[in-house]
Design a protein around this ligand. Sequence first.
Ligand code: GTP
Ligand code: 3PG
Length: 195
Amino acid sequence: MSVWAIIPLRATPESKSRLAGVLDETARAELVDAMLTRVLDAARGARNVEEVRLIGSARTILDDVMIMVDPGQGLNAAAAAALAAADGRASRLIVIHGDLPLVTARDLELLAAAPEGEIAIAPDRHGTGTNAISLPLPAARGFSFAFGTDSFALHNAEAGRMGLRISEIHSPGLSRDVDEPEDLSDAADLLKPAS
Ligand SMILES: Nc1nc2c(ncn2[C@@H]2O[C@H](COP(=O)(O)OP(=O)(O)OP(=O)(O)O)[C@@H](O)[C@H]2O)c(=O)[nH]1
Ligand SMILES: O=C(O)[C@H](O)COP(=O)(O)O
């Protein structure tokens, strides 16, 4: 049994809407693409991750990665579909967001190497959100995802409800997602100069 990493992605004109005041639609789309490439490369570079997939919509054609159909009911439903797809085929599923411009293969390796039967979770820079979660299977079958407000606390509570131990992974690559204009400095290397 292997470790899977699935990246939920919503690459619509509306994505990264919180950056709309500082980046136009084209620039946001290019940033989404560049961050996705970074996360995909990190996942594929991790020696202990065997399968890398995307769930949702990518703007560009990615002919070298399997794209799973998004149920269309938001991020939590997409994560649940990813978990259901991995169940029975993987010993662990990592759900990792596509907006992490500093993420590395080492970050994915840490998520994949969580102790058997345990959940690993990577909080965002504020300590309140969840940028990646690594779930053991089948132990975490039916895990209820709670991406959104206070997801870090809610995911911890869900682990407790399921009787699963949980550990935290703190690293710049996993904590520094790009949501707000002030986060953009972390993506400076990925932004194209304005023409
Ligand atoms: N498959 C899928 N992925 C989603 C969905 N909503 C968000 N995501 C992805 O989940 C990760 C975190 O997304 P957010 O930062 O919450 O949303 P965003 O669209 O990137 O940005 P905002 O519009 O500013 O909220 C990113 O990889 C998104 O592309 C969804 O409904 N389906
Ligand atoms: O649980 C979360 O942290 C959010 O749903 C998704 O993350 P973001 O909006 O902070 O990227």
